[in-house]
Design a protein around this ligand. Structure first.
Ligand code: SF4
Ligand code: SF4
Length: 257
């Protein structure tokens, strides 16, 4: 049996230069505290429904909403992300989290993985060596045994699944209709804070019900071959340099945090 041992040393390295995924209520609280929240938009071409036993497709399906890009069916994934350069605005000089009791779920999960298709690999984490020498096992044979972290992961996955329609409605409210091709990058939209706050509250109140007509999505890429292929199959697609709008820009995957 291979076990991974871990105990947070409180070094604060994982609290710097982030795009931190948030649930809807967390995004509202982050904005109310004066922070910045962005929408990271990506889309998967979805020309046919995958087989029912395709576990990865099923996982993606639950976290995305169906839409069209021209003639191409797609599924759009939107992540609400708290964005900051340098230390998190909640990180104190003593490296303690100033909102520890109410910190976002994703902060409670690190260094574990929310995505069940990713395995915890200490060498890819920011935690120092001594954090991995705790006496208590954190994971055994890749399976997380830490109950508190497991609960946070379950809560995060449930929040992801239950907010899909609210994310669709949020995009409709804000007129967001551009997404990257998944795994290439993100279209990063930064609405003005008050406008986003109002939209988030409205959308939660309506539980994602929004009567606007379906949007036609444009798929954005920084790769000419991707754009050409998408156009050939009838999608709406454009290069990143032609897609920039006020409050919106493309981030290639290497540029993402
Ligand atoms: S909210 Fe707290 S735990 Fe999360 S990144 Fe900021 S300082 Fe770190
Ligand atoms: S990098 Fe690891 S050890 Fe350091 S504060 Fe974050 S979770 Fe804890």
């Amino acid at each position: 049996m291979a076990s991974t041992h871990f105990n947070c040393t409180g070094c604060g390295k994982c609290c710097t230069d982030l795009r931190l995924p948030l649930t809807f209520p967390e995004a509202v609280r982050w904005l109310e505290r004066g922070g910045q929240v962005e929408l990271l938009c990506e889309a998967l071409p979805w020309p046919v429904e995958p087989e029912a036993d395709n576990a990865y497709a099923a996982y993606k399906r639950k976290r995305t909403f169906a839409a069209d890009s021209g003639e191409l069916p797609i599924r759009v994934g939107v992540t609400l992300a708290a964005t900051f350069s340098g230390p998190c605005p909640n990180l104190g000089e003593d490296k303690r989290c100033g909102i520890y009791e109410t910190r976002p779920l994703v902060c409670r999960v690190y260094p574990a993985e929310i995505n069940p298709f990713f395995t915890l690999k200490p060498e890819f984490k920011l935690c120092p060596q001594d954090a991995w020498q705790a006496p208590t096992p954190f994971a055994i044979d890749g399976v997380l045994v830490d109950a508190v972290t497991r609960d946070a992961i379950d809560a995060s996955r449930r929040a992801d699944e239950s907010s899909v329609e609210m994310k669709r409605a949020l995009c409709e409210h804000l007129g967001v209709d551009q997404a990257s091709v998944a795994n290439e990058g993100f279209v990063c939209v930064t609405p003005e804070r008050e406008r986003l706050l109002v939209a988030l509250i409205e959308v939660q109140k309506d539980n994602g019900v929004h009567s606007a007509p379906p949007q036609a999505w444009t798929l954005v890429s920084n790769r000419r071959a991707t754009v050409d292929t998408l156009i050939q199959v009838g999608a709406l697609s454009t290069m990143d340099v032609d897609a920039s709008r006020d409050g919106s820009h493309y981030i290639g995957l290497k540029g993402c945090l």
